[in-house]
Design a protein around this ligand. Structure first.
Ligand code: WT7
Length: 654
């Protein structure tokens, strides 16, 4: 980490461009400079009252018994009521909640808040029919169809906690999560569209259910209309049951929930092979996401907002579903990839709906950069007034390209740092207040107390580099790792006393702006998705021909990081191109296509210390063609030369 950090710091010191907000933007912004002066408890108390409608008011804003926080203690509310019903009651029934755009061109559907209320009620009534009650854990494995947010909201209407599993995950990943959460019901769809071809979600779901016998019922939403295998007694087509289900909201009232009741689990990779079930609860999560959404994206009643993430990740939960709907926002929901049928698909969507706020990831921006600005130039993007970035550090070139070619050199950019665990954005510019710098996420959100610590737990202060920590609780923070108190404490709270350790390296400059430097643990970030080295290693050694595997990442111009695997085959066998494909596919099958290594290097030996620990640092040096660091602790120093030679002769790309 030391040399990488040094490199990043040097690069940043050269970055001197500054972008203050325009007077026009500043004047009309939801957040003004004085928001930073507010006391954190007062701010969250006020936000708690203003963003959310309570069935019963809360009595205490925050109870903090490290490492566990409770927010809005004593309050009763319902998330679906806040995201849907109350907007209809307030006369916003005709306002569009989602402009849905399917991947096949011309496949469109607008859902107003009144439509959403009817659809969610109907879905909730169907869920009741298959046995879902308050507290029943439900798994959702779907693509970006309107029924996905509808299913999530239906769960929250009943008080049933959900876990959404990204549609690109494998059967093993799905069953592992369903077993961990003890899900009783699974909602999926026949197939999903992806770049013009279909992905058989139900077939994968069947394989997963074979390994998750606790799942008693499966609802299948029809999307492509192709046949899907159905098991009598367990599986049902959603449309069959929906035909007899009422959509009258009176037939299915919103269940009053406690502020701290479980809302959902979101599984994410840590430093072991087993993903962690991150716990998010009801009130703090809703206040935190809606409030950050409103101030950071400067949401207006007439905004057409588009977060181009997948709902299967935390970004989609917080900033496609819960935050925006709580704010009665009109959003775009897009099913497909940015390059289908052509590379201007996103820009045509922005032009059609007159999107004014776009939120996406650096990896997507770099893909568009690679394809060239001509695709954006074909469309009128003048409706845009704000751009956002999330998922990994954004390199200044991509930042500038985004601003110039998409934002017409006019729009502010908010580079937002947060995590699955934080639930809401924590470090970010406020677009009407902050002078931005390409590559910096700038300042903690009002009420958030972040710092950069050295190894000993000292604040490094302006100009210093070290570990990013959070010194005070925030409303949408995780409430633990599901059924694993020990892992929760050791992962986030053991490095420093009563301070949250994020796992990221960071630097603070002389103005107090934060520069994120990437993970400091064995977690990789590929296209903004978190994958642990150990997870990929376990998937590789699961293959019958593999004796040993070590995984690390190298820098990649598009995906940020790319996965490199070093593999030793059993019986001293040499690798082959066929074996390479077989292993990549095996990882794809065990975890999901996103985890497939970009490179696999076959090697007779892995570099280990005398105590048998794999020296990942050296493998990273090899993967990035750097001069090797210290090799003196290696059991057999010649191993690295051998690997280096092989690494240069065997390269592959997806
Ligand atoms: C990790 C969290 C939060 C939604 C997407 C990812 C990295 C995220 C930024 C940013 C630099 C960032 C961090 C963080 N990250 N946003 N703006 N600048 N790094 O969620 O999968 O939980 O990953 O993503 O390393 O720890 P996630």
């Amino acid at each position: 980490m030391a040399t990488e950090t040094q490199h990043a710091i040097n690069t940043m010191l050269l970055e001197e461009r500054r972008y203050p907000p325009s007077d026009d933007f500043a004047r009309q912004a939801n957040a003004k400079a004085d928001i930073y002066d507010r006391d954190w408890q007062e701010l969250w108390e006020t936000e708690g009252r203003e963003r959310v409608t309570w069935f019963e008011p809360f009595s205490t804003v925050c109870e903090w018994e490290p490492p566990y926080a409770k927010w809005y203690v004593g309050g009763k509310l319902n998330v679906c009521f806040n995201c849907v019903d109350r907007h209809v009651d307030a006369g916003l029934g005709d306002k569009v909640a989602y402009h849905w755009e399917g991947e096949p061109e011309g496949d469109r559907r607008d859902l107003t808040y009144a439509d959403l209320q009817r659809e969610v009620t109907r879905f909730a009534n169907v869920l009741k029919e298959v046995g879902v009650r308050k507290g029943t854990p439900v798994a959702i494995y779907m693509g970006m169809v309107p029924e996905l947010p509808i299913a999530m909201l239906a769960c929250t209407r009943l008080g049933a906690p959900h876990t959404v599993i990204f549609g690109g995950f494998s059967a093993d990943s799905l069953s592992g999560r369903m077993n961990d959460m003890e899900c009783e019901v699974l909602i999926t769809q026949d197939e999903a569209w992806r770049r013009g071809t279909t992905v058989a979600l139900k077939r994968t779901a069947d394989e997963a259910m074979d390994a998750a016998p606790g799942v008693k019922r499966c609802l299948v939403v029809r999307r492509t209309g192709n046949d899907a295998p159905m098991r009598e007694g367990r599986d049902a087509w959603y449309h069959d049951l929906a035909a007899n289900a009422s959509d009258d909201p009176q037939t299915c009232p919103c269940e009053p929930m406690d502020a701290e009741d479980l809302l959902f689990l979101m599984y994410t990779s840590g430093t072991t092979a087993k993903p962690k079930g991150i716990v998010h609860t009801t009130a703090g999560y809703l206040v935190g996401t809606s409030s950050t959404h409103r101030y950071i994206f400067d949401i207006k009643p007439e905004s057409i907002y588009w977060c181009a993430a997948d709902i299967g990740w935390i970004t989609g939960h917080s900033y496609i579903v819960y935050g925006p709907l709580c704010n009665a926002t009109t959003s775009v929901l897009y099913e497909g990839t940015p390059d289908f049928p052509d590379k201007d698909r996103w820009w045509s969507i922005i032009e059609r709906y007159k999107v004014d706020i776009l939120y996406t990831a650096p990896t997507a921006i770099r893909s568009h950069m690679k394809w060239g600005p001509e695709y954006a130039q074909k469309h009128d993007l003048s409706s845009l007034r704000l751009l956002g970035s999330v998922g990994e550090p954004i390199n200044p070139e991509a930042w500038i390209w985004y601003r110039e070619h998409i934002g017409g050199d006019r729009t502010p950019i908010v580079d937002t740092w947060w995590q699955t665990e934080t639930g809401m954005i924590l470090i970010t510019p406020l677009p009407g207040v902050t002078t931005t710098k390409p590559g910096s996420a700038t300042k903690p959100f009002p009420g958030v107390l972040a710092a950069v610590y050295d190894e000993q737990g000292q604040d490094v202060g302006p100009g210093g580099g070290g570990y990013l920590v959070l010194k005070r609780p925030w409303p949408a923070m995780l409430r633990g790792i599901y059924k694993d108190d020990e892992r929760y404490r050791s992962t986030y709270w053991s490095k420093y006393d009563d301070v949250y350790f994020a796992g990221d390296g960071a630097r603070i400059d002389e103005d107090g702006d934060f520069w994120l430097l990437g993970r400091v643990d064995d977690v990789m970030n590929v296209s903004g998705h978190r994958i642990s080295t150990i997870e990929v290693e376990s998937a590789l050694v699961d293959h019958h021909d593999v004796a040993e595997a070590a995984v690390c990442s190298r820098k990649d111009a598009t995906t940020g990081e790319a996965i490199v695997a070093y593999v030793t085959l059993k019986g001293g066998n040499e690798g082959s191109v066929e074996k390479l494909d077989e292993l990549r596919n095996h990882v794809g099958k065990k975890i999901g296509p996103i985890a497939k290594p970009a490179n696999i290097v076959f090697t007779p030996e892995l570099p280990k210390t005398r105590s048998g620990k794999i020296m990942r640092r050296l493998l990273r040096d090899v993967a990035e063609n750097r001069t090797l660091g210290d090799t003196t602790t290696l059991a057999d120093p010649t191993v690295v030369d051998e690997i280096k030679e092989r690494a240069t002769s065997e390269k592959t790309e997806d």
